[in-house]
Design a binder for this molecule. Sequence first.
Ligand SMILES: Nc1nc2c(c(=O)[nH]1)N(C=O)[C@@H](CNc1ccc(C(=O)N[C@@H](CCC(=O)O)C(=O)O)cc1)CN2
Ligand SMILES: Nc1ncnc2c1ncn2[C@@H]1O[C@H](COP(=O)(O)OP(=O)(O)OP(=O)(O)O)[C@@H](O)[C@H]1O
Length: 189
Amino acid sequence: MDKQNMRRRLNAARSRLSPEQLRHNAVKVRETLLEQPWVQMAGLVACYWSTGSEPDTHGLVFALWKHGATVILPVLRDDDDLDWAVYDGPDTLAPGRRGIMEPVDTRRGVEAIRTAALVIVPALAVDRDTGVRLGRGGGSYDRALARVGPNVPTVALLHDGELVEDVPHEPHDRPVRYAMTPSGLTSLM
Ligand SMILES: Nc1nc2c(c(=O)[nH]1)N(C=O)[C@@H](CNc1ccc(C(=O)N[C@@H](CCC(=O)O)C(=O)O)cc1)CN2
Ligand SMILES: Nc1ncnc2c1ncn2[C@@H]1O[C@H](COP(=O)(O)OP(=O)(O)OP(=O)(O)O)[C@@H](O)[C@H]1O
């Protein structure tokens, strides 16, 4: 299946998730991640601010921030590359280019992700054999993940059924090291 059709199918499945399922999934993902020593130890975390039926990160971002981590969130640039700015509480976000909430704080530049000790990314699906992720199609995270060092844990958040075997792979695709679903954390490489 090509990427476009796969995105359509996965988005349709996501739109069928109930608010209860989304809440349940968010709690499982948050609790499992916060149990990991390498999550607890990360001083600078790159995450994303979820929207719609994406795996919810609002509670996770808040918990990391409360725990004392610095959390940076993406700010979508006109060229679809990702700038980064620091999360400083729920009142410091405003809608960005695609309507997604972004921090209003000073932009740290596209290279800021290099300094993260942990990178948590959105994905519609991840290939369980290769770690290749399917994103929304802007290539934003392909560019951002290319700047992340090989020893930094990268985690894609998914719903159940989104860790699959057949994600189309192009040369620019950047794999992630972990897939986090409500059923658990899977190490991919
Ligand atoms: N929560 C969240 N934040 C994120 C991303 C993301 O996937 N999720 N991004 C990840 O890169 C960047 C924003 N990029 C985005 C790219 C497309 C769409 C979007 O709504 N796309 C439509 C399809 C539009 C089209 O086909 O032209 C969609 O998915 O329905 C949203 C954000 C940075 N921040
Ligand atoms: N390093 C890059 N620089 C510029 N454009 C890129 C780069 N990597 C990928 N792209 C472009 O981005 C577009 C979308 O790529 P792709 O379909 O793989 O997105 P995706 O991985 O699903 O999305 P995302 O990375 O935003 O989550 C492609 O047209 C590709 O050429």
